[in-house]
Design a protein around this ligand. Structure first.
Ligand code: NAD
Length: 507
């Protein structure tokens, strides 16, 4: 669809003008389209297209790696591991720091790649680059703090040590919603620990991954330590099979949907690989009567509409106590009118880009029509627009029989459920088989402690709608995953603990 056709289809209040065609003006060497294996840019037998989700136009053709390329990448990573693990922690730290500096230096171009391949507004894409680079910075520092333990021995003739060692080759499989940050959050920790990596980026967003590999090379990270095998949706299962079953791979680190995570875990079981899984969420956002309502509205806007609702920690279910329910709806509706502008992400005033593809838009539209058919009232938006756009939507009179309260939406829909008691809100919040993030707004200190402890989630925002930073531990309870990323725990996911017992000592 052309930009002009798009303009005709969008309601003038929500849509800023889309007047021109858009082209990605990032040049080589950051615009890479081949795989990166053992330090070489590598073509595959065929190509697959990368589309701008805002217009549907093709922005690049990328090498479609298959199982052969994946195996070569695993072998190269295994070979490189033999020397990378011998680097001192300080040497690895210096290289990660250099990579961080190069990302910062090229942040504008890297952000444009994100905007064009994922649809994310440019200001948010720049934010992602800062966030993504911060993991290289953080783990360049953590690399030098991998301590073991000297354990008090129960025997007079023996001394006991616990030593930390890298796991080996890590296979890194990432989603499209943070095309850069989901890679560095894993790869920086892996490299800091002394592991090497094979990255399979999402089929929708391979360009950011390849640009990261280019900068890793410029930073002086040796050949084979970082490998990238982009591939199409068609080749993904075969490439995934190699990464999850090859005995030379010691660790799978995945971010994506819970359904795919289970498939990968099953494949990895035969060779008993270590696994980190950052999976789907279904975050509750609770507003209690005691809340500072303006703060709650600010938190709701940030946690719902960032990346058009396409983050795993986006609030999915809004629970609002009776005493403030009507006022919250009014204020949040006004904030939506004031702050949300749909358009191409490269336009400076855009806050709401498209969803990643028409399939995603269809899923969100289906949730809206299901809610409406079961009695929900549309207070704002409610329509799917052409292409991959969906209007930011505010739904009232929502109940827990509706699809949007039972599954992750991954789109700009705010369904609001009214509740009366704290116990009722906590019960609704916890009635889910996933538990990634949760948010609540309250000024009652006792309630804050009670609810923060009661929520079955890995991350809690108390009077705060944005949680992510490298210092925090990112991860979920229940089927939201295994392990943690970032924080002092992130590097542990790539380390083994070796117990050494020195015997025969003369006391
Ligand atoms: P997805 O599971 O469809 O895809 C994620 C990645 O897995 C992609 O690279 C895809 O190509 C790959 N994949 C799919 N099948 C595979 C197979 N058989 N073998 C190997 N790789 C395979 O998820 P998505 O739609 O890209 O991402 C959205 C999901 O990710 C949401 O559920 C969201 O909550 C979750 N997510 C979680 C976090 C977190 O940290 N917990 C962060 C971002 C996104």
């Amino acid at each position: 669809m052309t930009a002009q056709a798009l303009l005709r289809t969008l309601p003038p209040i929500m849509m800023q003008s889309v007047r021109r065609t858009y082209s990605l003006d990032v040049a080589a060497p950051l615009l890479r389209t081949q795989g990166y294996i053992n330090g070489r840019w590598t073509s595959a037998a065929s190509l697959f297209p990368v589309l701008d989700p805002a217009t549907g136009q093709e922005i690049a053709q990328v090498s479609d790696c298959g199982p052969g390329e994946a195996k070569r990448a695993v072998d190269a990573a295994y070979e490189a591991f033999q020397s990378w693990k011998q680097f001192t922690a300080k040497e690895r730290s210096v290289l990660l720091r250099k990579w961080y500096e190069l990302m910062t230096q090229h942040k504008e171009d890297l952000a444009k790649l994100i905007t064009f391949e994922s649809g994310k507004p440019l200001a948010e894409a720049l934010g992602e680059i800062g966030y993504s680079a911060s993991f290289l910075e953080w783990f360049s520092e953590e690399a030098r703090r991998v301590y073991g333990d000297v354990v008090p021995s129960p025997f007079k003739d023996r001394k006991m040590l616990l030593l930390k060692q890298p796991v080996g080759v890590a296979a890194v499989i990432t989603p499209w919603n943070f095309p850069s940050a989901m890679i560095t959050r894993k790869v920086a920790a892996a490299l800091a620990a002394g592991c090497t990596v094979v990255i399979k980026p999402a089929e929708d967003t391979p360009l950011s991954a390849l640009a990261l590999a280019e900068l890793a090379e410029q930073a002086g990270i040796p050949a084979g330590v970082v490998n990238v095998v982009p591939c199409s949706r068609e080749n993904t299962p075969a490439v995934g099979q190699v990464l999850c079953t090859d005995p030379l791979v010691g660790k799978i680190s995945f971010t994506g949907s819970t359904a795919t995570g289970k498939v990968l875990l099953k494949m990895a079981a035969d060779t008993v690989k270590k696994a980190s899984m950052e999976l789907g969420g279904h975050a509750p956002f609770i507003v209690f009567d005691s809340a500072d309502l303006d703060l709650a509205v600010k938190g709701a806007m940030a946690s719902k509409f960032r990346n058009s609702g396409q983050t795993c920690v986006c609030s999915n279910r809004f629970l609002v106590q009776s005493g403030v329910h009507d006022q919250f709806l009014q204020k949040v509706g006004e904030a939506m009118d004031r702050e949300l502008r749909i358009g191409h992400g490269i336009e400076p005033t855009t806050t709401q880009g498209p969803l990643i593809n028409p399939r995603a838009a269809e899923k969100v539209a289906h949730q809206i029509s299901d809610a409406v058919s079961l009695g929900a009232k549309v207070l704002r938006g409610g329509s799917r627009l052409d292409g991959s756009y969906v209007e930011p939507t505010l739904l009232a009179d929502v109940n827990t029989s509706m699809l949007c309260t039972r599954e992750e939406t991954f789109g700009p829909v705010m369904p609001v459920i009214r509740f009366d008691t704290e116990a009722e809100a906590v019960a609704i919040a916890n009635a889910s088989n996933v538990g990634l993030a949760g948010y609540f707004f309250s000024q009652d200190v006792s309630q804050i402690w009670r609810v923060a402890e009661a929520l079955e989630v890995g991350m809690v925002g108390v009077n705060e709608g944005l949680l992510s930073c490298p210092e925090g531990a990112f991860g979920g309870y229940k089927q939201s995953g295994l392990g943690r990323e970032g924080s002092k725990y992130g590097i542990e996911e790539y380390l083994e603990v070796k117990y050494m017992c020195f015997g025969g000592l003369v006391p």
